[in-house]
Design a protein around this ligand. Structure first.
Ligand code: FRU
Length: 485
């Protein structure tokens, strides 16, 4: 299949060349977020550090701004800030992956990089087939496909994908997102001694398992890792109904804290908590780096959620990844933190002052920028406080009920406003906000909550507006951010 592989790779780059001018003309291009060179990007894949280099792959459809037979695009970096686009890692060129090299993960073994991914196949009858596949690299750039290493076990539908692999003791383990024949979303576990031969151990978690009732018809992109002795399971369940302020997007991503008994096997766990409260966040993946940090990238998008209505589609590209975030466990909750390395992107501080909005409704103007970081320490909030972004989106806080709300125009019906909300555990005291042209990431109270969203204000509008009911006082620092991607 070498011929087909070469053909697909050159078709993809021809398409990138053809669309380059258009993509580069787009005012919503990002400075410091990973975006596709053209076409559609979705999940982060194969995130790993190897010999001092971080490798980050992504689901890529080069030929259109919709989903289809995915490639693995590839970025690499020495410092998580300056990134280089590498050649295509995987193309959907073989019988076992011809309709997509779907999501997966990477591990390092005997000085080689192993990529595990799902081969998506639609057969002649139009039915889906799924294969868990392996590709190996000696140089981190060229990957040799080794073919299928695990097949679909009995009792599951072909919605069986997104292998995440790790080592524990003498064994390798792989979890896969799955759907049972009675349409329950699950996570299943395989074991291997050599990364080539995998034994199916069974389901470990999912809808109807342990203390969960009905909890979705499919679980995508599972990830399992240890922080401070706790087994954290991340998953992206599909089919949850909105519940109060929760599960407001079409599909969700969240985590459980628990304990994986490898022998039974079974995962016992607490409740499901969403990782992000914004409009666009899905299918995150983590790795541990050589500083012992657990770092997460997410997709700043949600499948089937107004994808065709993003204005960038007119310029032949769509979606980006989130900034990388360090995960820590604090008081039984995962918190997310921008990486220390990102301080290298800051230009000279633009603003460092204390602001008090004394009278009701008085606004503060004059803070501007579409590629910047803001750090805000709230000293006093009497009643309500809001930041309006570029006459488009707004973050507002009501002290009475400790609810923080992000609003933006509905992507389809611009006369309507949409909301995402969270109730904080304590008063709002701290915000770190990163704006990158058409993306907004808001870290709340030291990463206790995060709102991640795409925003599409008029490109020339650059100003923020701060308003208050009652008195609000805060100190604020602002840095311009330059881009390195
Ligand atoms: C999640 C997902 C994965 C799949 C990939 C295909 O967004 O649907 O389950 O492997 O995207 O691009």
């Amino acid at each position: 299949m070498q011929h087909r592989d070469n053909e697909l790779r050159s078709l993809a780059w021809e398409e990138v060349k053809k669309q380059k001018e258009k993509v580069e003309s787009d005012p919503y291009r990002l400075n410091f977020h990973h975006m596709p060179p053209a076409g559609l990007l979705n999940d982060p894949n194969g995130f790993v550090q190897w010999n001092g280099t971080y490798h980050l792959f992504y689901q890529w459809m080069p030929f259109k701004t919709g989903h289809g037979a995915k490639f693995w695009g590839h970025y690499s970096s020495k410092d998580l800030v300056h990134w280089q686009h590498e050649k295509i890692a995987l193309a959907p060129s073989d019988w076992f992956d011809k309709d997509g090299c779907y999501s997966g993960s990477a591990v390092v073994h005997e000085d080689q990089l192993y990529l595990f991914y799902t081969g998506n196949v639609k057969n002649e009858a139009g039915e889906r087939e799924t294969y868990q596949c392996l590709a190996v690299s000696e140089d981190g750039v060229n990957f040799e496909k080794k073919g299928v290493v695990a097949r679909l076990p009995e009792g599951y539908t072909a919605h069986f994908r997104d292998p995440k692999v790790w080592k524990r003791g003498d064994h390798w383990y792989m979890i896969v997102g799955a759907q049972t024949e009675d349409l329950q979303g699950k996570v299943v576990l395989f074991q291997s001694e050599n990364l080539m031969d995998w034994v199916f151990l069974g389901k470990i978690a999912g809808s109807g398992e342990h203390n969960l009732g009905e909890f979705g018809y499919m679980w995508e992109c599972p990830d399992l890792f240890d922080i401070d002795g706790e087994d954290i399971l991340i998953a992206s369940p599909q089919g949850l109904e909105p519940e109060g302020m929760d599960y407001a997007n079409v599909y969700q991503s969240g985590y459980f804290i628990g304990d994986l008994d490898y022998d039974r096997p079974q995962y016992t766990h607490g409740s499901f908590t969403e990782l992000d409260r914004g409009f666009e966040f899905y299918a995150p993946q983590t790795t541990e780096d050589d500083l012992g940090r657990r770092i997460l990238f997410g997709w700043m998008g949600v499948p089937d959620q107004y994808e065709a209505d993003h204005p960038t589609v007119a310029n032949q590209w769509i979606h980006c990844l989130t900034m990388p975030r360090q995960l820590t466990l604090l008081n039984g909750k995962l918190t997310q933190h921008p990486l220390k390395e990102y301080e290298a992107m800051r230009g000279p501080v633009l603003l460092h002052s204390s602001i008090s909005i004394e009278n009701d409704q008085k606004a503060v103007r004059g803070i501007e920028g579409r590629s910047m970081e803001l750090s805000i320490e709230l000293e006093q909030v009497d009643d309500q406080f809001a930041i309006e972004f570029y006459q488009y989106a707004a973050l507002s806080y009501k002290k009475r009920d400790q609810i923080l709300t992000l609003s933006r125009p509905h992507f389809q019906d611009k006369s309507r406003t949409e909301f995402r909300r969270v109730k904080l555990e304590d008063d709002l005291t701290q915000l770190r906000i990163f704006v990158d042209t058409s993306s907004l990431e808001i870290f709340v109270n030291n990463g206790e909550e995060v709102f991640t969203s795409r925003i599409f204000p008029q490109p020339e509008v650059k100003d923020l507006l701060f308003t208050s009911l009652g008195c609000t006082s805060f100190s604020i620092e602002q840095w311009p951010l330059s881009g390195f991607i």
